[in-house]
Write a protein that binds this ligand. Structure first.
Ligand SMILES: Cc1cc2nc3c(=O)[nH]c(=O)nc-3n(C[C@H](O)[C@H](O)[C@H](O)COP(=O)(O)OP(=O)(O)OC[C@H]3O[C@@H](n4cnc5c(N)ncnc54)[C@H](O)[C@@H]3O)c2cc1C
Length: 402
């Protein structure tokens, strides 16, 4: 018989939120177990395919003020945390360049109008610069003569998502996090199968936690989903003939298209946003649209090599905002709803979640009311979950479970 191992915290899911929480908690002195459906390469996580742009101002054109504020706080945290990782991770804050083709110029006033309505005025004043053709060429010399106008969103960032996932995990393991890989679809009631006992469970399963996010106040037998997947498709190409220095957004009437340069001449071209749970391979239409957009930005993309056509689903709550749900009685904390902003906002969100976990470990009778909850009103929700939400068998959920 294998001996049961005891931990302060068992984290379910080793994607973006799971790895950040493991790293934060082990460094705060907690004994942490990390249990993941897939392997350490993270290929099952939305975080693995993301472009990992850290663009609070650009996102304000499609998101709420809360995302901008969480994003600004998180970029400060990334800047500090990246320095603390033992291996270098590509991270830049050289801004986002926004351009458009003549036929899409009506999108410009929609984009800037929404940005001005949502983002703090001082942020818009400091960061938004309107460029003429010479300005575009000065920022990105390879686009000289191609766009007569553009916008530079100064100071916006991006990082190497896969490098960051790897470095966070390496560091967490070195600090003593106990990992269980290829665990299959784990839920709280299955933890004893892994000979694990934990004082607190921290659920970071992204879309894999869909069953647990059903509305706990719904009548018995009625299932009200509280989390859905939004399909996103991105292409990764190797384009040594293209030399772009920062993420470029191409205004487009259906969805914002971006091209994010990564180290070693890699570019991530994304992303569709489709109201669908479908995780089948990329459609021809999406591949054509994304690759045509890249080619229309810079013809040298015509000679790029397509390395990956990726599909993932963004874990999304009905209000498109993140949430931390705390069941003090059951000692369960759930982090979810990072939607299309996970890389942008995860540091602030996971820092708040870890503050709750530490308060639970310290026996605080009002762990959900840590100072982080005052800083981000509404982010942390205190609930009493019905027992059936804490297990694999959720009656009535049927086809929602994969
Ligand atoms: C195409 C695309 C582009 C994106 N681009 C950006 C961007 O540029 N900037 C940005 O800020 N954000 C971006 N995002 C969003 C970001 O990637 C997500 O918000 C973020 O990854 C969500 O983090 P998470 O930890 O909640 O979920 P994930 O990263 O998906 O991690 C969840 C983990 O839980 C595991 N898991 C699931 N179920 C179980 C189970 N039952 N048992 C054990 N483990 C389980 C999964 O295998 C996975 O490893 C993008 C997303 C997509 C899809």
């Amino acid at each position: 018989m294998t001996a049961v191992k005891s931990f302060d915290v068992a984290i379910l899911g080793a994607g973006l939120a799971g790895r950040l929480c493991a790293w934060l908690l082990v460094r705060a002195g907690a004994r942490v177990a990390l249990v993941e459906r897939g392997g350490p390469d993270g290929t099952g996580a939305a975080a693995h395919v993301a472009a990992a742009m850290l663009a609070p101002l650009a996102e304000s054109a499609i998101a709420e003020r809360r995302i901008v504020d969480l994003g600004m706080a998180s970029v400060d945290l990334w800047r500090a945390w990246i320095q603390e990782l033992p291996e270098p991770v590509f991270f830049q804050e050289d801004g986002t360049l926004v351009v458009w083709h003549a036929r899409d110029r009506s999108e410009v006033s929609l984009f800037t109008g929404r940005m001005r309505a949502v983002a703090p005025p001082e942020l818009v004043r400091e960061r938004l610069a309107v460029l003429d053709g010479a300005g575009v060429a000065a920022v990105e010399p390879e686009l000289a003569g191609r766009f007569p106008q553009g916008l530079l969103l100064k100071g916006e960032g991006q990082l190497d998502n896969r490098g960051a996932l790897r470095a966070l995990l390496d560091c967490a393991v070195k600090e003593g996090v106990h990992c269980i890989w290829e665990a299959g679809d784990v839920d709280i009631d299955l933890l004893p199968q892994f000979d694990l006992r934990a004082n607190v469970v921290l659920d970071c399963r992204g879309l894999g936690a869909r069953a647990a996010w059903c509305d706990p106040t719904a009548e018995p037998g009625v299932v009200k989903p509280g989390l859905r997947g939004l399909r996103g498709e991105v292409v990764r190409v190797h384009a040594p003939d293209v030399k772009l220095h920062r993420p470029i957004r191409l205004l487009h009437p259906r969805y914002p298209i971006y091209i994010a340069p990564k180290p070693n001449d890699l570019y991530v071209i994304g992303a569709t946003e489709i109201e669908s749970e479908d995780d089948s391979p990329m459609s021809v239409r999406s591949a054509l649209e994304l690759l045509s957009a890249a080619h229309s930005l810079h013809p040298a993309f015509g000679e790029a090599r397509v390395l990956e056509l990726n599909v993932q689903r963004r874990p999304t709550r009905p209000d498109h905002l993140p949430a931390i749900r705390v069941d003090q009685q059951a000692r369960v904390v759930r982090v979810n709803g990072l939607y299309r902003h996970g890389w942008l906002i995860a540091p602030a969100v996971t820092e708040a979640a870890c503050a709750v976990v530490r308060a639970l470990l310290a026996g605080d009778p009002a762990a959900h009311a840590v100072p982080a909850s005052l800083r981000w009103p509404g982010l942390i929700q205190s609930v009493e979950e019905p027992a059936h939400l804490r297990g694999t068998a959720v009656p009535g959920l049927g086809s929602l479970l994969h």
